[in-house]
Design a protein around this ligand. Structure first.
Ligand code: G3P
Length: 214
């Protein structure tokens, strides 16, 4: 299973990279807006910082506009893939971009049938947003289970990125569902590692070590 970080904050990306288990970065306009610097500048810095896939979102809602943006964004670096919203115009763009060898991450996916359409269009990645489904009392993880089953049924190469992750349980369930990737906010990245029994155990061992005669 691959771990991506869901952020546009270069310091968070650097810290996650130092852990040695960072497989990719996903951004969106909301995340980039928090950095308060120009869009392309932020994405260029991220693309150069890592040698793993980086998702950069197209803003247009028309196929032609998405294609132009995607081709421009793809020039930032070879690790850039283009986030395209799961709308009709988006699917058209994904099909064309896939033919051009430009990788896509189809985003804002909220149903397994939408995910099937994205895979048929040639999406590199599909991003079901599970936290936002949980927010409206829908089972976000059921969506991931369905997509994984459908993709396995037909052998689609599209990789499932579980997105809109809010807590460590989301990551655990994504792994149990067999999702290829979880894209994880930095705060969750850190909380996954920690366990109070581990901390207590380390403290106890240090204390007991002091009792060993030299
Ligand atoms: O990158 C997209 C996704 O992870 C957004 O998460 O928390 O805004 O629903 P959230």
């Amino acid at each position: 299973m691959k771990f991506f970080i869901d952020t546009a904050d270069i310091n968070e990306i650097r810290q996650a990279k130092q852990l040695g288990i960072l497989d990719g970065v996903t951004t969106n306009p909301t995340l980039v807006s928090r950095v308060k610097r120009p869009y392309i500048e932020v994405l260029t810095e991220i693309s150069r910082e890592v040698d793993v896939p980086v998702s950069a979102e197209a803003i247009s809602t028309e196929c032609d506009g998405m294609l132009k943006e995607a081709r421009d964004l793809a020039k930032i670096g070879p690790n850039i893939n283009i986030k395209i919203p799961l709308i009709e115009e988006g699917l058209k763009a994904v099909k064309i971009l896939s033919g051009e060898g430009i990788k896509t991450n189809v985003t804002l996916c909220f149903s397994s049938i939408q995910a099937l359409m994205a895979a048929k269009a040639g999406a590199t990645y599909i991003s079901p947003f599970i936290g936002r489904l949980d927010d409206i009392a829908s089972e976000g993880m059921d969506l991931v289970d369905e997509i994984v089953t459908i993709y396995n049924n037909y052998g689609f190469a599209t990789e499932v990125i579980v997105a809109s992750i809010r807590n460590p349980l989301h990551v655990k369930h994504a792994a149990l569902a067999g999702a290829h990737i979880a894209t994880i906010p930095f705060s969750v990245f850190k909380s996954i590692i920690r366990h109070p029994l581990t901390d207590m155990g380390v403290a106890q061992f240090l204390e007991d070590y002091k009792k060993i005669p030299g």
